[in-house]
Design a protein around this ligand. Structure first.
Ligand code: NZQ
Ligand code: ZN
Length: 394
């Protein structure tokens, strides 16, 4: 096992009606004037925004609000919100919604501490983001795990790039997780969330570190993946089952707070390839991941089948064939694709609304590691990236 430091400072408050504790939590974490951010209106329609405001009032926390944050959130709006936060002397930022809202809240929290630095300088790692206003979230969408993660991802229109910033100050001080708030999610979005949380685990599962030396991390990852698949299938039949929604909600947090990736290298090529799709075509992140993940697995399996075979046996219940790990791996990939299809996810570029002729352009901007390659499990060069996008078309 490789050495690691793991610090997850977020206070997770889980269960029914927990949004009513928002004011108390802001106050406890030092906030006196909060900026509440939200998206296109789902939190107005559900009444959540009113409940959050009421709880802030009851706790004596002043507040203003701003909405209109889009999926694949735009950095230009985040920059405007930084100006608002500074001019209004905000000392706490609340993201009320999904990952796009919370990622914007994280950007605003960093920007408000450094109003003279363009957000791009942080997201391109030119300037270290080491201080931020505290953020809290009332999460309505189990998917990104942003509620416990050190990441924030924005679309930078000027640069033409979608980029993430990983820094410890991105971890919210509290996260309110009420599974009942997720009942109103459209089925397509719920399915996107399932794929995203699975991908966060798989990006960590496909490692170059000898798995026999990190068995605990493997087993935790496998158990969580199996639970998500079970809950995903049950959700199709019983969308309003509270405990099932609760399983998905907590799985989303565990999948991306990094507890399932400790002590070993991680991959992250599927996320790098997907972010180009959600930038260029504005597709939902989870749907993009469904397409890219299956193509990536099909591409890397012949080069490195062993861990994919383990995935197939332990998660997709494929029978082991000891002298043919590639056959086992391929059967696992087939079953994973069938699961994605069962929950309503696309499997091809065409179904996603992407164009084959854009592949060379997409491949050029995929975020590289310092080595110039993408990913660790099988380091990918530009030709590999093109080949994977091509496989996504079939
Ligand atoms: O905007 P509103 O009206 O709220 O509607 C949203 C939006 O249209 C809707 N929604 C959310 N909760 C709802 C609901 N509709 C009804 N009922 C509810 N309870 O869902 C739509 C999508 O919301 P969005 O926030 O965009 O989805 P998600 O949470 O999947 O976030 C995706 C973004 O997060 C990034 C992705 O790249 C993408 O930009 N990621 C962030 C990560 C992180 N910070 O750690 C990691 C991920 O890998 C990912 O890259
Ligand atoms: Zn993701």
């Amino acid at each position: 096992m490789l050495d690691f430091t793991f610090h997850s400072p977020t206070e997770f408050v889980f269960g029914k009606d927990t949004e009513n504790r928002c004011g108390e939590l802001v106050k406890k974490h030092g906030g006196s004037k909060a900026l509440i951010l939200y998206g296109g209106g789902s939190v107005i329609r559900s009444g959540l925004l009113e409940r959050v405001k009421k709880s802030l009032d009851e706790a004596g926390v002043a507040h203003i609000e701003a909405g209109g944050i889009q999926p694949n959130p735009r950095a230009s709006l985040a920059a405007d919100l930084v100006n608002l936060a500074v001019s209004e002397n905000i000392d706490f930022v609340i993201g009320c919604g999904g990952g796009s809202v919370l990622d914007t809240a994280k950007a605003v929290a960093i920007g408000a501490k450094h109003p003279d630095v363009p957000l791009w300088d942080f997201y391109s790692y030119k300037v270290p983001a080491d201080t931020a206003l505290p953020t809290g979230t009332v999460m309505t969408f189990p998917a990104t795990g942003s509620e416990g993660s050190n990441s924030s991802v924005l679309n930078f229109e000027e640069q033409g790039l979608k980029r993430g910033l990983n820094t410890q100050v991105n971890r919210p001080v509290f996260a309110i997780l009420n599974p009942e708030l997720t009942y109103t999610l459209p089925p397509f979005q719920t399915a996107c969330g399932i794929v995203d949380m699975m991908s966060h685990i798989m990006e960590r599962y496909f490692t170059t570190t000898d798995s026999s030396k990190t068995t605990l991390t493997d087993r935790l990852a496998e158990g969580t993946l199996r639970s998500i698949i079970e809950a995903g299938r049950r959700w199709l039949d019983e969308p309003d089952d509270y405990d099932n929604r609760a399983t998905l909600m907590w799985a989303s947090t565990i999948a991306h707070n990094n507890s399932l990736g400790l002590g070993r290298t991680q991959d992250w090529s599927c996320h790098a390839l997907e972010h180009e799709l959600s930038y260029m075509y504005d597709v939902a992140h989870g749907a993009g991941l469904a397409v890219v993940t299956i193509a990536w697995m099909r591409y890397v399996a012949p080069r490195k089948p062993e861990k994919l075979a383990q995935f197939a046996c332990r998660i997709m219940d494929v029978q082991p064939i000891f002298d043919d790990p590639l056959a086992v791996a391929n059967e696992g990939i087939k079953r994973l694709a069938a699961f994605f299809k069962e929950i309503g996810m696309p499997l091809t570029f065409e179904e996603l609304g992407c164009r084959r002729e854009d592949i060379p352009t997409l491949a050029k901007t995929v975020k590289r590691l310092p080595s110039g390659k993408v990913g660790n499990y099988v380091p990918l060069d530009e030709e590999d990236i093109i080949n994977i996008y091509e496989l996504s078309c079939k």
